[in-house]
Design a protein around this ligand. Sequence first.
Ligand SMILES: NC(=O)c1ccc[n+]([C@@H]2O[C@H](COP(=O)([O-])OP(=O)(O)OC[C@H]3O[C@@H](n4cnc5c(N)ncnc54)[C@H](O)[C@@H]3O)[C@@H](O)[C@H]2O)c1
Length: 330
Amino acid sequence: MKKINLAILGLGRIGKIHAENIISLNECNLKIIIDPISDFDNNFTELGVKQSKHFDDLLNESDIDGVIICSPSKYHVSQIKSLSELTKNIFCEKPLGLSIEEILDVRSLVAKKNLNLHIGFNRRYDPDFSELKRCILNDEIGDLHMIKITSRDPAPPPINYIKKSGGIFLDMTIHDFDMVKYLSGSEISELYVKGGCFVDPEIEKAKDVDTAIINMSLKNGVLATINNSRKAVYGYDQRIEVLGSKGVLKVENKHLNKVVKGTGEGFISSNPQNFFIDRYEQSYKKELMNFVQSIRGDLVDHADADDGLHALKAGLDANNSLLNNTPFLV
Ligand SMILES: NC(=O)c1ccc[n+]([C@@H]2O[C@H](COP(=O)([O-])OP(=O)(O)OC[C@H]3O[C@@H](n4cnc5c(N)ncnc54)[C@H](O)[C@@H]3O)[C@@H](O)[C@H]2O)c1
């Protein structure tokens, strides 16, 4: 079978994860990495991967089967447009774009050029969250009543990243908005946000919040709530609970180890896994395989431009709700 030739745009935190996962797959070849700023990474050079600082070097490559965009969010849409001349298989990290207009543009481009565009909502591929979804579809908890998502980072990213990220709702909560849609099968219809800055005054100066609670109603009548923090001192806190007419489904944190120690002082366990790179390791591998299978022509489930639009709208309206201190229709 012919190897699938892939390229990476942007070799930062997430670009390195995708690059390493591509290299671990026998059926793929990482042909080129483009990053206009970062130094070349010798580990990839030694493995025969070309590296360049110039986007045009990618456009001049022949035989590229797909590209994975891992650049800062503000470049995503313009890069999708340019890459659509090179390949129809494009994987773009979340968020797809930072404005509704630009995502609508991308959606039209996808239809016009029949692009196979995947959005990096990797949590859909987490084995526990997929199982949660399977149980819901299998009617194991009956009619859905409520979805409760806890999503807290262990520490905020550097302030320069925050300033370019589009804010907490587009950078962080966007995964949770997508998870609400993925699990419920329904879009958000209304939301109301409360937020504040408790972690770092620099985040407040950047006109962002680091702590937020988002209450939502969905188009199918289900209620949902997300709580976010940029800093949970005990580690990466990722939990979901879904309540239905016949029962409840829960995904708890994955801990550094499974030992629970009981002594005269009480019971203790280890902290949750450090951050997204560890907690969602499996999901990144599975979403890459899913993209590769779609390049081979298989019909696969994946987040698309409509999902990117839904999550962005929710994120923008969350900002509006916070600023105006009022519920917002999405
Ligand atoms: N799915 C996830 O779990 C997840 C996790 C982290 C980040 N992300 C998303 O991935 C994207 C990158 O985030 P990150 O944390 O890796 O950021 P990062 O700052 O660590 O890396 C971004 C990289 O892109 C490079 N770059 C800058 N301008 C570029 C351009 N014009 N073209 C190509 N590369 C360029 C930078 O030099 C840097 O190496 C963001 O959109 C972010 O929202 C997704």
